[in-house]
Ligand binder design. Structure first.
Ligand SMILES: NC(=O)c1ccc[n+]([C@@H]2O[C@H](COP(=O)([O-])OP(=O)(O)OC[C@H]3O[C@@H](n4cnc5c(N)ncnc54)[C@H](OP(=O)(O)O)[C@@H]3O)[C@@H](O)[C@H]2O)c1
Length: 376
């Protein structure tokens, strides 16, 4: 497969940094440009990582394995020197005629303004929420519902774009949908009650401030998160119905909290199922689920879902590096008498599979299925 020329917009943020990590030495995608806000334009990546290193320097939280660490100081030592000397531009200054694909890692409001302008010329894969609820737009989680990508062609055509905007889900929804999709396919998910324990890097640039508030503490509210999880979960597990997605018939009640953890979202989930499923059978379904069988995508992990049987796993400090942050780790599987299903604990990397890694994996999946335009 010949290489596609790509840019990362929002390259200096938590997700953007992980996009750079996921694109490093990538066999299919060649990083050609990085963009950020006007405050960063003109500076080199090395200078910007140094600027942000100061901000993230001491959150007081233990750093995870460097491979899945979202902090600037970790990335600065990993990127190739030619990338560190790239100068950031603004999104408006990107050389779109020379690009095959843009990864957009912008805050939602900026994405709402910028992504349509980019998509008019080139496909955009986005971790932002701006387009997730649009009726003509699929919400794509690779390994779970890439067949919804059929809608991208009609989205672009109806809006007069040469490209499209393909959003990936919210980072909390990612772990939930990745772990419950095999159970939904087998017996149907009827209802979900969950409490999330979300890492501070999920707050993006606000991470260091959130870390200070969360240290020795639990913050019991994350603005907008709980509604997003229910809406997005039903859309991801829904089915294509003409030019829209009919959401799955499934009620979700979420309580989203922020905890003093650097990276990795943990979810305590109880799921009501439409048919009985033993713990052993559920564990087998999860272990056996391999959406990448017979495919060879560069970022797909060897094990998509890892099932731990120890009573005290998964833990962010011990399990976040599974599959370099692309695997979902499930544990504490047990029967639940209240919803008539199962309870489980799910760990997922919010910025790898939950954001930029997921975006790069989606790009690989779309390219492999012939759903990206040929390289220029
Ligand atoms: N963090 C996560 O775990 C996570 C997970 C899933 C989804 N997401 C979503 O992914 C997106 C990025 O999140 P994040 O956590 O990486 O945010 P972040 O750390 O706050 O980074 C935001 C990035 O966007 C740039 N930016 C801000 N306004 C801009 C504008 N008007 N034009 C161009 N660039 C602009 C910033 O550049 P400067 O450095 O110049 O300010 C920075 O590079 C958000 O929509 C978020 O909801 C995040």
């Amino acid at each position: 497969m010949s290489s596609r020329r790509v840019a990362v917009v929002g390259a200096t943020g938590v997700a953007g940094r992980q996009a750079l990590a996921a694109l490093q030495a990538h066999p299919w995608f060649e990083l050609c440009a990085v963009a950020a806000s006007e405050r960063s334009a003109g500076a080199t990546l090395a200078e910007l990582l140094e600027r942000d290193r100061q901000v993230w320097a001491d959150t007081g939280l233990a750093a995870p394995d460097p491979v899945v660490d979202t902090r600037p100081q970790s990335l600065a030592s990993r990127l190739p020197s030619e990338w560190l000397s790239l100068r950031a531009c603004t999104a408006e200054q990107l050389p779109l005629d020379e690009l095959d694909l843009v990864f957009s890692m912008l805050p939602t409001e900026a994405a709402r303004a910028v992504e349509p302008v980019l998509a008019a010329r080139v496909p955009v894969i986005s971790t932002a929420a701006a387009f997730r609820d649009e009726p003509d737009t699929p919400l794509l989680l690779p390994g779970v519902n890439t067949e919804h990508a059929a809608l991208l062609a009609s989205q672009g055509a109806a809006r007069g774009w040469r490209g499209f905007v393909a959003p990936t889900p919210n980072c909390t929804t990612v772990g939930l949908a990745a772990s419950l999709a095999p159970l939904h396919a087998a017996v149907g998910v009827r209802a979900v009650v969950l409490t999330s324990m979300q890492a501070v890097s999920g707050a993006g640039a606000g991470g260091p401030r959130v870390a200070a508030a969360a240290l020795g503490n639990v913050l019991p509210f994350i603005d907008g998160e709980e509604d997003k999880v229910g809406r997005e979960f039903a859309k991801i597990l829904g089915r294509v119905d003409g030019a829209r997605i009919a959401p799955a018939d499934c009620a979700v009640s979420a309580t989203c909290t922020r905890v003093p953890v650097a990276d990795g979202h943990t979810l305590a989930v109880t799921v009501g199922l439409r048919e009985a499923l033993s713990v052993e059978r559920a564990a087998q379904l999860l272990r056996d689920h391999d959406p990448w069988r017979g495919r060879s995508l560069p970022s797909a992990p060897q094990r998509w879902i890892v099932v731990r049987t120890e009573q005290d796993r998964p833990q962010p400090r011990l399990d976040l590096s599974e599959g370099a942050g692309f695997s979902t780790v499930v544990g504490r599987l047990r029967p639940d008498a209240v919803l008539g299903g199962l309870s489980l604990v799910v760990l997922s990397h919010n910025a790898v599979l939950g954001a930029a890694g997921g975006a790069v994996l989606l790009a690989e999946d779309l390219a492999d299925r012939g759903l990206l335009p040929a390289p220029r």
